[in-house]
Design a protein. Sequence first.
Length: 458
Amino acid sequence: MENNREACPVQFTTRRVSVFLLILSAMGGLFLLLSYFLSVSASFPTHAIAVATADADRTQPSLTPINRDLYHSSDDLIEQIRSLVHRHPDKLTVETIRAGNKGYKSEISVVTYCHSRKDSDEKSKFRILISFGQHGRELITSELALRILSILSEEQFLPKMDRASLNGTLENAVIKVVPMENLNGRKLVEAGYLCERRNGRGVDLNRNWSVDWGKKEKDYDPYEENPGTAPFSEPETQIMRKLAISFDPHIWINVHSGMEALFMPYDHKNRTPDGLPSQRMRLLLEELNNVHCQKRCMIGSGGGSVGYLAHGTATDYMYDVVRVPMSFTFEIYGDNTATTKDCFKMFNPVDHTTFKRVLDDWAAAFFTLFKLGPSQFDDQSKAGVPKVDKWVSIDEYLDGYLMGRRNRYGKKMEVLEVGMQEIRTYFRLFLLSSVLLLFMFCSRISKTGRQIVSALPM
Ligand SMILES: [Zn+2]
């Protein structure tokens, strides 16, 4: 009897444990099953929507056209800039640089702002080089170029701008503006190819530079990222390289649209450079984000923040080869509610209010940069700047990843989006079931323990 009584609790406990294990595996199975159903139900409608959207795009031409009330044509914009320069010969000059090969020709207008042109020793001044319109479909960027030049000429003014103090800074600066780097690509967009970002013969001018040139990621799409036949195969890139090397700027800014971001090197690595220059760049971007972007802008290395690497970009070349101490890529606008083929809407504001807001905000951001940029260089005490790396929640990280992918390339994003949603769902389910299992496990142990104790005195 006693043996039985002693054996009984042991058997009882073993049964309890096996019941518990059974529950545990059932839970695991249930979790996997649930996850599967969730992923299927999550992916099905989105895929369906994506297919439906693609079909809708093909069947009905409901794509947003270029808003001619807001946007200049490329010819008109260049003309406006030329007459602006003509009205302000004391401050502005313009030159047109031409190049070509294999029957393909390109030309780039470069406007130089120099406060007092008589004292034209560029090398003794603070030098800033800015390029707009490197991608054909990003029309808003060239409009921003015109706005910035109009403010520099003092024909237009920024609200809340202290012109006297700004002039103090600008006196010691030379600013070269390339309003439309990719004129041939832009012409294609104006001819109706609204999604074209490459140049007039299908090469992405932001993949044609020599740093890490030609490397292709798994999702490489030649329609978007064709790097050309060799580094600097394209006349546009040759002109820009020559300009950058001869001007030797302190600051380089490559202005794009498709999202809101302030990027620093690297694009081809998943990290920012080490040391003081990197800290300077990050501090400056933090400031611009706080003051002009209402902290909405993504900040960091292009490669690390967007979630994929880009090879052969202008900004990496400027930083690594031309040794421009502050090399940036600004992304000034993106509409992630636009369908993937509605490129004009995805990359450019389509209504007057947003158009004006984007130009006002970003013109102000550039003038803050003109003011703060030089001060970063004469204040050597910034050697000990604090690290500004921040912890980012998984949701923020994933959101950033998604937004970047969608906006920069505009295509095949639904699939990725579903993938990330699944990961997020799995992650949450995993956490929830872990907590539940832990809870069950603890309560089992305490119950089993009580029975063993109560069985002993008998
Ligand atoms: Zn772009």
